[in-house]
Design a protein around this ligand. Structure first.
Ligand SMILES: C[S@@+](CC[C@H](N)C(=O)[O-])C[C@H]1O[C@@H](n2cnc3c(N)ncnc32)[C@H](O)[C@@H]1O
Length: 281
């Protein structure tokens, strides 16, 4: 619990929505509508932003009308994208109260409040019923989770039989000196990276079948390098995820890119299935 308090304190800060709306008005004009597309340059709070969420949509393949669980939903960018573009209902769970409040305000601003429910809580004790969701996803959350088997057991519990979970996870790469702070942690005390093999083993131990397990490190590295060079040259720019965390994100993003470039992290996209049960089981 002390660790979760520390993690929520790391992410949380005041006036997130005010900062975002002021920056959008300055960039797009005072009367420009607040839409899922306009927000997408700043509200997908993970490496490669909206492009990574679009890959997750392609992996998860949600059907209109389904109920989807977003574990570690941040300020709700991916949840709004899924709700608006795929016609699904989304429940997002996140540890950080300020992020949940910002998600709810932006859901209202985009007219999506009726399609998205946000719950402030822990992925390790999801505040949702058993067998409730058709599909689930989690993007760049697991690096804050020490007890990964409990994280996967909770996702398994929340899914209906045959339900699938799509993951975009940062894993541990080669040994070496990791630079801190990074966007998810000030120090090593709240950063927990499993190796890809440990990730597989944890998923299987929770009961999942592995459908897709894809190491995207090599294909995402050029974008990581371009982004780091852009940040070092020109700073944060007007619109970006720094509006969520503040200007401290600049050094964090540069460190994170340098860790990737040094081979210390690996990015994994996975799709796993909760097995169905036959009538005789
Ligand atoms: C890097 S952000 C990603 C947010 C979101 N998935 C996205 O892609 O925009 C990591 C998120 O994980 C949340 N988080 C960390 N530990 C958590 C836990 N134990 N339970 C629920 N959420 C957690 C944080 O509050 C934060 O919103």
């Amino acid at each position: 619990m002390a660790i979760e308090t520390e993690i929520a304190r790391h992410y949380g800060n005041g006036e997130i929505v005010e900062r975002i709306l002021a920056a959008l008005r300055a960039a797009n004009g005072p009367d420009a509508p607040v839409t899922v597309d306009a927000l997408s340059v700043l509200d997908h709070f993970h490496g490669r932003g909206i492009a990574a969420t679009q890959e997750l949509v392609a992996l998860l393949k949600p059907e209109p009308g389904e109920h989807i669980l977003d574990i570690g939903s941040g300020i709700g960018g991916p949840a709004r994208w899924f709700a608006a573009k795929c016609g699904v209902q989304v429940t997002g769970v996140d540890l950080t109260p300020e992020f949940c409040a910002a998600a709810e305000a932006l859901n209202r601003a985009t007219g999506l409040a009726g399609r998205i429910t946000i719950k402030n809580g822990s992925a390790l004790a999801l505040p949702v019923a058993d067998n409730a969701f058709d599909r689930a996803y989690s993007q760049n959350v697991i690096m804050n989770i020490a007890d990964k088997r409990q994280f996967y057991r909770e996702a398994f519990r929340a899914l209906k039989p045959n339900g699938v979970l799509a993951l975009s996870n940062l894993c541990r790469g080669a040994a070496g000196e990791f630079l801190y702070p990074v966007p998810w942690a000030e120090t090593a005390a709240t950063s927990f990276l499993a190796s890809p093999d440990e990730m597989r083993a944890d998923l299987l131990a929770a009961g999942f079948e592995i459908v897709v397990f894809h190491d995207t490190t090599a294909e995402t590295l050029p974008a990581t390098i371009r982004n780091r060079e852009r940040l070092e040259r020109g700073g944060l720019g007007a619109l970006g995820t720094h509006l969520i965390m503040g200007e401290r994100l600049l050094a964090m993003q540069i460190n994170s890119a340098r860790n990737q470039e040094a081979g210390l992290g690996r990015t994994i996209e996975a799709l796993v299935r909760k097995p169905g049960y036959s009538a005789s089981a």
